[in-house]
Design a protein around this ligand. Sequence first.
Ligand code: NAD
Length: 328
Amino acid sequence: MPEALVCGAGGFIGSHLVRRLKREGFWVRGVDLKFPEFAPTEADDFVQGDLRDQDFCRLVVDRRFTEVYQLAADMGGAGFVFTGEHDADILHNSATINLNMLDACRRRRVKRIFYSSSACIYPAYNQENPENPLCTEESAYPAAPDSEYGWEKLFSEHLYLAFARNYGMEVRVARYHNIFGPEGTWKGGREKAPAALCRKIAQIPEGGEIEVWGDGQQTRSFLYIDECLEASIRLMRSEFPGPVNIGSEEMIRINDLAQMIAQVAGKKISIRHIPGPLGVRGRNSDNRLIREKLGWAPSQPLEKGIALTYAWISEQVARDRGGKQPAA
Ligand code: NAD
């Protein structure tokens, strides 16, 4: 039976990845500071602990793992990354995890390791035009990410690629673009735009008003979790090290995303624009490289994933308020 290690298995993408690897017949060890929040883990062995601790990393990494997925990071949406209040923790915690994990994998002679980088590594100067952001893989340089989160990801990309060059490890580096879906953080300050908008719309009555940060004209693309896993696994088992974008090319303005969710919810809404942390003006995945290297790219329409995610978040909202529906 093939065996895999998933670091960050208590988080959104990691917990879904564990489920997917189990379906494929893997024996899976999951590692995280916390257990998954919304459903019991499906890992055969779940080790709770801190990957900033080098001894802990050496304990959980084992030579028998044919696939190691390193997804653990100190992260969140714009409300977490762009306030500046968490910069030191983001840089220190995530970099320490990556330094420790690579060292442990090298010592244990684990060959293949997947690293989840981010579209946040792309330079702010290429993402000022919301209609036409540039996010080809080679446009990462000259580097100018707009957050410390992006700088840490860029540093760690270099770290993984250097371990590949110098120690013969097989690394696979993905740049995720806004992954969303059920069982992701939907409240509390670390949630991303799709989850936050689903929550706000689920919480208001028909004809109600939601708040959106900025003018809502900023563009983004969002990739549904199932396609993120498909792409990650295909990359892991390919001969291409990356870095490569894993994202959707269906770019949408935040105002239009809110209206799409409202339509799925069957509600008319109005939007009030308020100041808030924003990030770049425009961002979209460029899937030419993934298509060329893997012969595959995500293609599911955004609305399909939004419908599944809204259904799950509105259930959480209803459960939170004790099953009561918003007043009409
Ligand atoms: P998440 O926050 O849900 O999962 C990350 C997990 O890492 C959490 O469960 C957290 O407890 C764990 N973790 C943090 N510090 C740890 C430590 N010291 N020791 C052990 N575990 C620790 O995030 P996610 O959305 O599942 O993202 C997974 C990865 O993908 C992250 O590396 C993230 O930066 C990257 N990524 C995600 C997105 C996205 O849209 N979700 C976009 C770009 C990149």
